[in-house]
Design a protein around this ligand. Sequence first.
Ligand SMILES: [Zn+2]
Length: 438
Amino acid sequence: MVDSIEKIVSLCKRRGFVYPGSEIYGGLANSWDYGPLGVELKNNIKNLWWRRFVHSRDDIVGLDAALMMNSKVWEASGHLKEFSDPLAECQKCHARYRADQVGSACESCGGKKFTEAKQFNLMFKTQLGPVEGNNVYLRPETAQAMFVDFKNVLDTTRKTVPFGIAQIGKAFRNEITPGNFIFRTREFEQMEIEYFIKKENWQDSFEHWRREMLSWLEDIGVDLRHIHELEVPAEERAHYSKRTIDFEFDFPFGRKELYGLAYRTDFDLKNHFAEPPYRDQDGAAKGDPRQGREEFYPHVIEPTWGVDRSLLAVLCSAYDDSDKNRLVLKLKSGLAPYKVAVFPLSANKPDLVNKARSVYKLLTTNYQLLPIAWDDRGNVGKRYYSQDEIGTPYCITVDYQTLEDETVTVRDRDTMKQERVKVEDLESYITAKINNAP
Ligand SMILES: [Zn+2]
């Protein structure tokens, strides 16, 4: 576990996980770009989530909706009216703050007088086409599309309650005070499920999702001792929510919200559908069409995961500099940007380089092992150090013995132990290791 966010920011910049956005133009406040390793790690998190919650269950289907939606969506959901934070301005230098978070003095000039708080809507407004006043908003959450498309999904998949719709995608909030690296950004990515149930089952479903969220955290290598469940009190919950839990994580800058789980009742579907959008199938299944064929509004349990926050929690959890001689990112092998690295012992011996190239090529035929790193710079010790730092679980070195007996060394990132393995067994050896990793 890392002890300061600066260490993570520095590693991310140095190794190409995350860069400051628009950097050569002086940057753009609070925007970040995921570099070559960052995009691999982020995709691995999203793919794992999709496999776990969509592909491996028959009660959840996926959706990928447009970022821009008809403004009536935000009118119906209440975002146009209510999705705002109180904004206060320093009377001396006009710096703007969230009124509920402002300290006793202005951070930029020390001024002590602020304007009265005004409500500031957090949605980004833009214009659709060339017509003035044809305003649209970038979505401030992915959830609404799952409600708006509810009937389309129902009609095309024949799912029956309980079932869920899952979506991964970007959302935008014009936060007054973003910060803490990629923790709070104005452009961010969410993984969300809207799980539709009958009202009487909400407590069981809520508990199911609470356990699923904890189990997911273990899957991505987050130690549950650093997770705290916060039961959000009624006065702080959204007015439609009957129960909300925040899953907080011990980030190096403090205990902060990582995920959320909410029971949203039938509030959302009622906002969007004048008539109940769902007809019960129970009666028909029992052979009695008069029984239970009522129309109703399903209730909703909503588990929400931040993608960027997941990635940050994964990096903080995996970061291990307890050994003075090396920095290791102890990522789960399924999340590691590279699964394997291949080196020739020396870059100056064509025989070794050619053999190592053929081993590299052999492994690239197995999609599960991709992408594979290649490194022939410096000495083997330096290459190990470099791969440890980005979390590559296995390093393969082709040496002189390889040319004689077709074996290579495989070095384990966490134990630093090396084993000799036959080239022809390499693929199955490493695949088994990755699949059996805890
Ligand atoms: Zn000021």
